[in-house]
Ligand binder design. Structure first.
Ligand code: NAG
Ligand code: NAG
Ligand code: NAG
Ligand code: NAG
Ligand code: NAG
Ligand code: NAG
Ligand code: NAG
Ligand code: NAG
Ligand code: NAG
Ligand code: NAG
Ligand code: NAG
Length: 416
């Protein structure tokens, strides 16, 4: 009560100062970092912007990222527009970019979601999927890295796999999270499942297709624990929203561990609204899972699929968890990173322990405490990405309308 008059007098002072710019603006706010404008550095994270600034809110049709922040008193923000890499931590960011970072737009593709990239090192092929409508969920795609320049072709394993939404590599086999189901897909019944493909023969099998008789909801993304080789996966509701399955969700959105040797499935978390990307640190002691609940829809079996919409105040956070007891105990959930753009979709950890996430029109690169070091900027929404090549130092990114390639000094974990 005693403080009340004081607060009132402060607000009077604030009124008098309304036209004065804040102290603490570090200029230049953005500057060229030595690669002819393709790499720019943001000083002090642009922590204080001069007035008046405003960033429009994205919606399901249009994405406004940090580049789209308007501020007539911060003209150097315009340098962001043409940059491929935005460095937020100059010392570590430039070291991780290396002496010759490159960004190349490789293939224009359909507006469908492009997902589940998996690199088969022996064949030097990069497999990925296209989740339509309109073009249908079969076939998948494959990038042939033995060609120069690489070529993009359609791909059908035998039997075909419907709507892979996540992919990784385990014991020489590709593991896909197949995210849809109905009675006749490629002539056979398929349900939401974990599938394998042998890249030597292109033949596919099913490892898991139910939880005690219930269909899974989406099996979105998956990650292999580096020492136990158990398959950890997320199961949000997207296949129902997007019409990829003809059955309404039968299980709560959740994340699981699956041991293919015993067939046992273990619930590891049911607190995220739409668990999506999932990835382990190289030592297997930290698990990251993103919650993309900001993109969500309604579940009403009578109405069928109604699509999903974006809500800026919804969940778009990566959480970190401790993994202990030989990969069997997942605990100590904590917020790790709030996406600066759209939702943190694909999620992978580099060999250096950096956490990468596809969020809207780019990929954010974070250290192990969630500090943003670099953003790769794209002109399309990135769903996921995978490293390729002998040294796993090329990163292929894919999403709606585009596939592009980055070469830098950040390398992928070896998947075997
Ligand atoms: C910048 O562009 C100039 C002229 O095209 C070229 O000579 C120079 O090597 C480029 N510098 C870098 C760092 O790419
Ligand atoms: C830019 O800053 C000046 C000086 O503080 C201020 O008067 C002006 O309104 C600002 N311009 C915009 C567009 O906000
Ligand atoms: C921010 O920009 C949007 C789009 O131009 C506009 O609708 C909104 O009123 C602006 N808000 C502020 C606070 O400037
Ligand atoms: C956001 O900024 C980028 C780079 O300037 C531009 O290409 C894009 O059209 C802008 N997006 C919107 C929705 O205005
Ligand atoms: C590449 O990154 C590593 C750290 O992971 C660093 O030690 C090395 O100096 C970097 N290489 C270059 C060429 O910058
Ligand atoms: C099953 O999915 C395929 C491919 O999307 C579609 O053509 C077919 O109509 C679906 N069948 C049913 C019963 O929903
Ligand atoms: C498997 O598919 C790949 C990519 O289409 C192809 O290059 C390869 O020849 C196929 N392998 C077999 C055994 O058919
Ligand atoms: C850890 O798990 C793996 C596979 O799940 C098993 O082979 C191994 O014996 C376990 N190690 C310990 C110490 O329990
Ligand atoms: C977005 O979510 C908030 C709760 O976080 C809710 O209050 C608001 O109505 C939602 N907006 C839309 C447009 O659905
Ligand atoms: C993105 O940029 C590339 C060229 O760099 C262009 O070919 C492509 O059409 C653009 N895609 C979109 C969705 O604007
Ligand atoms: C992989 O790294 C080794 C050692 O640094 C280098 O000699 C080789 O050229 C690299 N290969 C590729 C394909 O970049």
């Amino acid at each position: 009560m005693k403080n009340l008059p004081r607060l009132l007098s402060l607000s009077c002072v604030a009124t008098v100062w309304a036209q004065v710019q804040p102290f603490g603006v570090t200029r230049p706010i953005v500057e060229d970092c030595g690669f002819n404008g393709t790499v720019v550095c943001v000083n002090k994270y642009a922590a204080v912007l001069p007035y008046h600034f405003n960033r429009s809110i994205s919606n399901s049709k249009v994405d406004y990222d940090f580049r789209n922040t308007s501020d007539q008193n911060a003209t150097t923000l315009d340098l962001l527009d043409t940059a491929n890499f935005v460095v937020f931590d100059r010392q570590r960011g430039l070291q991780y970019l290396g002496p010759n970072p490159s960004y190349e737009f490789m293939f224009a593709v359909s507006p469908a979601v492009h997902e589940a990239p998996v690199y088969a090192p022996k064949q030097n092929l990069l497999f990925l999927s296209q989740l339509a409508p309109p073009t249908g969920q079969l076939p998948q795609l494959v990038v042939d890295l033995n060609q120069n320049p690489p070529t993009l072709n359609e791909y059908l394993p035998n039997p075909p796999i419907y709507a892979p939404n996540g992919g990784t590599f385990r014991n020489g086999l590709i593991i896909f999270g197949a995210s849809g189901g109905n009675d006749s897909l490629g002539g056979i019944e398929q349900r939401i499942s974990i599938r394998t493909v042998d890249p030597a023969t292109n033949s596919s099998t099913v490892l898991l297709n139910n939880y005690f008789g219930f269909y899974f909801n989406t099996i979105d993304d998956l990650s292999i624990h580096p020492t136990t080789k158990d398959i950890f996966f997320t199961d949000p509701y997207y296949s129902w929203y997007n019409g990829l399955t003809d059955t309404a969700p039968q299980l709560p959105a959740a994340s699981y561990r699956f041991d293919p040797e015993t067939g046992a499935v273990f619930l590891i978390d049911d607190s995220l609204e739409e668990p999506n990307g999932i990835a382990f640190s190289p030592d297997g002691k930290t698990l990251y899972i993103s919650d993309t609940g900001a993109v969500s829809g309604t579940i009403d079996p009578r109405l069928g699929s109604q699509g999903a919409t974006f809500n800026t105040t919804g969940k778009r956070t990566i959480y970190a968890f401790d993994v202990t007891s030989n990969g069997t105990r997942v605990s100590n959930k904590r917020a790790f990173y709030l996406a600066q753009d759209w939702v943190p979709d694909g999620l992978k950890v580099s060999r250096e322990g950096l956490v990468l996430t596809g969020s809207g029109h780019g990929v954010d690169i974070l250290d192990d405490v969630g500090q943003l070091l670099i953003r790769i900027q794209t002109n399309y929404t990135v769903q996921n990405f995978a490293w390729t090549g002998q040294n796993l130092s090329t990163l292929w990114m894919m999403g709606n309308n585009g596939i592009s390639r980055v070469q830098f000094n950040i390398t992928g974990q070896t998947l075997t």
